[in-house]
Write a protein that binds this ligand. Structure first.
Ligand SMILES: Cc1cc2nc3c(=O)[nH]c(=O)nc-3n(C[C@H](O)[C@H](O)[C@H](O)COP(=O)(O)OP(=O)(O)OC[C@H]3O[C@@H](n4cnc5c(N)ncnc54)[C@H](O)[C@@H]3O)c2cc1C
Length: 476
């Protein structure tokens, strides 16, 4: 397996053509934070880390020049924490983001990564225009039909401007399979500040607040963590709500806002001891540890610049995990969560345990055809299992299957049990899949972006990938 690190779109075009002429495949890798195989290839890896420039937009290129202060052109490989810092320095911010910021912008966009907030979509919904290099080294700037760019003033001889909804809503979330994204234009907002409160509640109270969606509609952001096992006959939850607050003075923004416990656990290696204890006496230790985590995380209101509140910091990084994340319609929140708790109860009877709390978030509907949140407000349920614990990765399958009954769609970066090439679910889960596939067949004409991912999704295997497959099969 080889690797290239381009520094410009022209370099990327050369890498695509080189892969085609040498009969290999090419796959972009951003932060490599996906737990699934979506960034894996047996061909050449394209490291996007040096495609990280941030530029303002020239107002004269826009249909509406007055939009330019809140639009920004960003290199695809920029890490989210770098982007957040650069935006803040200009008095700007993104409206919402995932709970960590080590990922690249394009990696987040291509998988429709999300944070929480029913009034927002995913990171991909902030994109207004995307530049990518498709098969044959063809360069496109793709926008919705009523896109931001004025076609009359567009004079880039080596780039084709396409303003078409089907192109745009197919290409932005295409899991690395329609080309290499070199830059995107993002919609941003003036810098803002958030206040976060984390309280411990029991599941019965949280259920009441979830009736009719009150809990997640009345706050800008809401995240519920649930201990999947009862202690003293009740399920414990940790409810985080985040809302606008006034400006936080600059000096206060330097104060770390995160709870120090996860950092201490990861740095001290304590997590390994916790895992051993969980394996030793699962029935008592697993529920106990989870309640301890939820109680430790509770705290009074903390105020900070938005991205410092939205980023959970080292919380998920204390120990490696397996995770499966499934989006269901927000209207099914309670039914889906109660189904998950029933599975946890049944599995515990036969010694199977989830070793981290269940995480629940909400987002608005996305227009991107392959987004798990396509066309519906979503409740997003993440099931997590710590590495090396009793039940490990296999335990997660039971929850995943229970959530399929609610029309569950999996996160592309966290789909351990996703499509395996034998089912046709991708066609029914995503109503605009046929249109998406037409774009895929065009932008990936030579099969240069084929991979294990496209293969297991049954996306028509191009000449290069079929060659690789047969080599692998004969090798085995
Ligand atoms: C600790 C942790 C926390 C997480 N938190 C969240 C969260 O809060 N919300 C959430 O939704 N997800 C979350 N995830 C999942 C993660 O955000 C996604 O898997 C995301 O895609 C990773 O971004 P990345 O830059 O690492 O992309 P990679 O994993 O490197 O790539 C992801 C996909 O994007 C493609 N890609 C990357 N760059 C380009 C490009 N320039 N052009 C074309 N295709 C490209 C790749 O080919 C691949 O298909 C988390 C994962 C971890 C490990």
């Amino acid at each position: 397996m080889s690797s290239v690190t381009p520094t410009s779109a022209a370099d990327v075009a050369r890498a695509v053509i080189h892969a085609e002429t040498t009969g290999t495949t090419l796959r972009a890798v951003g932060g490599d934070w996906s737990l699934s195989d979506v960034a894996r290839t047996e061909g050449t890896t394209l490291d996007t880390s040096r495609l990280d420039a941030v530029k303002p937009l020239d107002p004269s290129t826009l249909r509406d020049p007055s939009l330019s202060p809140l639009l920004i052109c960003v290199g695809a490989g920029i890490r989210m924490h770098v982007l957040n810092r650069l935006l803040a320095a200009q008095g700007l911010a993104i409206t919402n983001m995932g709970s960590h910021s080590g990922q690249s912008l394009a990696g987040n966009v291509q998988t429709s990564s999300h944070g929480t907030g029913i009034h927002f979509g995913s990171v991909s919904d902030l994109v207004r225009s995307v530049r990518l290099v498709a098969s044959g080294g063809r360069r496109f700037q793709i926008e919705p039909t009523d896109g931001i760019t004025d076609p009359d003033t567009f004079h880039e001889s080596d780039i084709t401007l396409v303003q078409d909804d089907d192109w745009f809503y197919s290409a932005v979330v295409s899991v690395g399979s329609m080309g290499i994204v070199t830059s995107v234009v993002l919609s941003v907002v003036p810098v803002f500040f958030l206040a976060e409160t984390r309280v411990v509640r029991d599941w019965a109270t949280v259920q009441e607040e979830l009736e009719g969606g009150r809990l997640y509609r009345d706050h800008r952001h809401c995240n519920v963590l649930i201990n999947p096992y009862r202690r003293r006959r009740r399920y414990l939850c940790n409810v985080a709500t985040r809302n606008f607050t006034g400006t936080v003075p600059r000096w206060q923004q330097w104060i770390p806002r995160q709870n120090a416990v996860p950092t201490v656990v990861s740095v001290s290696g304590m997590a390994r001891g916790v895992v051993r204890a969980m394996n030793w006496r699962s029935k008592t230790v697993v529920p106990l540890v989870q309640s301890g985590i939820l109680r430790t995380m509770a705290r009074k209101t903390s105020r900070h610049i938005s991205h410092r509140i939205l980023d959970n910091g080292p919380l998920n990084l204390a120990h490696p995990v397996y995770a499966v994340e499934v989006s269901v319609p927000a209207s099914d929140t309670l039914a889906a969560l109660n189904a998950v708790l029933r599975v946890a109860e049944q599995r515990a009877e036969s010694g199977g345990y989830l070793t981290a709390p269940i995480s629940v978030r909400w987002t608005g509907a996305s227009q991107h055809y392959l987004s798990p949140q396509y066309g519906r407000e979503s409740c997003i349920i993440e099931l997590i299992s710590l590495h090396d614990t009793v039940s490990g990765r296999d335990e997660l399958r039971h929850y995943f299957e229970a959530l399929l009954a609610f029309g569950g769609r999996q996160h592309w970066g966290l789909d351990l049990y996703g499509f395996d090439g034998t089912d046709t679910r991708i066609r029914t889960d995503f109503p605009r899949f046929k249109v998406w596939k037409t774009r895929f067949d065009d932008l990936n004409q030579t099969g240069v972006f084929d991979s294990m991912f496209t293969q297991r999704c049954g996306l028509g295997v191009g000449p290069r990938m079929s060659g690789q497959t047969s080599r692998r099969q004969s090798g085995g």
